[in-house]
Design a protein around this ligand. Structure first.
Ligand SMILES: [Fe+2]
Length: 285
């Protein structure tokens, strides 16, 4: 230990942890230390820069609450969340995308054909498609768990006096794997930029806007659940989403509904526009 220097310290730190040989934890920890030390040496980090980074993390913790998770936001804007989603997308399955900060796991049931918007202003959008496996077989009884912003780009959970369960629901696919419901077409919104992550965005001359999207978690028996988002063709910020959530395969076509148009299913509310998206799940394991 007396001979420790800026090059031998990395091994010394790794050896100081008594981690189980061959374990995932050992691998994660040692690789993290390698990269952290390499980074520090590479940039010749000054004391001011080191303290600046620590204070940035401190500020992220200070502003975080159960409703506002600044570290997830940080992960989002530096593309870490998107990278983890990409690494974990299974071949053949729908690509994953951001969970975001507003998911609630106990959303109410929504009947097939029901209206999620419950009288909210905006364009009434029909969202429909089939949930299937990667061989094309429909998955009857699949659960389509969705949540979204409203026609002004706000999540009800963010607003005082609004029901936090508004604009979220769980829909059970029918015997043919079909899901269909109407909702309000969401608008783009900004991620919170009044905290340390906002300072980072401003320092890099970046905007905080997200392309309009619907959030989904799709589950079916014996299949690997997917967390993803659906975007709309030719809408604002589709090419420069602040959290790198957009994938080409997740962009749906937004089409107007003709006056005479009929649908092969019953809907609670007549839509003004429609989009179709089929979700594909890969087997568990
Ligand atoms: Fe969102």
């Amino acid at each position: 230990m007396a001979q420790i220097n800026q090059f031998t310290i990395t091994e010394a730190v790794k050896e100081s942890f008594q981690t189980e040989e061959g374990s995932r934890f050992k691998f994660l920890l040692e690789t993290f230390i390698d990269h952290l030390h390499d980074y520090t040496r590479e940039v010749n980090m000054t004391h001011d820069e080191w303290m600046g980074m620590l204070m940035f993390l401190y500020d992220c913790g200070k502003i975080s609450t159960p409703e506002r998770h600044e570290f997830i936001l940080l992960s989002d804007v530096v593309g870490l969340s998107a990278l983890v989603d990409m690494i974990n997308t299974r071949g053949g399955a729908t690509e994953g995308s951001n969970l975001g900060p507003f998911y609630l796991d106990d959303a109410p049931e929504l009947e097939l054909g029901g209206d999620l918007a419950r009288g909210r202003d905006g364009t009434t959008l029909l969202v429909h498609g089939i949930v299937r496996d990667s061989l094309g077989n429909p998955l009857p009884g699949a659960i389509v768990d969705t949540w979204q912003a409203d026609g002004s780009g706000t999540y009800p959970i963010q607003e005082h006096g609004q029901d936090k369960y508004d604009l979220r629901g769980k829909i059970t696919a029918d015997g043919e794997g079909r899901y269909y419901y109407t909702t309000v077409l969401p608008k783009p919104y900004t991620v919170p930029y009044d905290g340390p992550v906002g300072r980072l965005l401003r320092a890099g001359n970046r905007h905080a806007w997200r392309a309009a999207h619907l959030h989904f978690i799709i589950r079916a028996e014996k299949m690997r659940a997917i967390t993803t988002e659906l975007f709309f063709e030719n809408t604002e910020y589709i090419d420069n989403d602040a959290v790198f959530g957009v994938r080409k395969s997740l962009i749906a076509k937004l089409e107007p509904v003709k006056k005479s148009e009929e649908f092969p299913f019953a809907l609670e509310k007549r839509p003004d526009a429609k989009c179709r998206f089929d979700f594909v799940l890969a087997p568990e394991g």
